[in-house]
Design a protein around this ligand. Sequence first.
Ligand code: MG
Length: 219
Amino acid sequence: MADFSADHKIRPGKILCIGKNYALHAAEMRSQVPKAPVVFLKPSTALVRDGGAVILPALSEDVHHEVELVAVIGQCAHNVSEHDALSFVEGYAVGLDMTARDLQDAAKRKGHPWSVSKGFDTFAPLGTVVSARDVPDPQDLELALTVNGINRQRAHTSAMVFSVAALVAWCSSIFTLEPGDLLYTGTPHGVGPVHAGDLLVATCTGLPPLRVRVRREAV
Ligand code: MG
């Protein structure tokens, strides 16, 4: 089981992320809602915790915030049913799927993977994990993000295209999920650029807020 007493030491084997899981976000990306979950991965080196910094990489001129509910896997899950899926989730946190939008757009045009645009160091901020026992319904939470105190994203997790349970079940049919693996469940609409010096505060009902400061990579 995941050990929340050592929450600050989380080193997931996998960071799974879901694309286009809110219809209004798919629309703002000029995209369709997918028929099956869009799954991609980030390296564990992308993780940064509350109070840390998001480093803007020199390779990108357009890094965006994406606030997301994150599920933390508590036990091995392989081919689990949607009905049983939430029993494999040990906790929840609010997170940010930082995205180098210019690199992602270029990758999309070329049919290339998203790994570079999504995988830089510090591109997976993660708030403090709360036990799943204290989150009775992950589809009944309000997600929000402010940048320098100004609201940029606000949505309800009931608007997810695929529920957390459906996502865990789907991902477990591809990868064996292991304790400590993280699942970023997709962002609602309102994504936009961040700049050096910005303070990002991500919130989600019942979860501790996540605060990160944006910095430019030292060259
Ligand atoms: Mg995302």
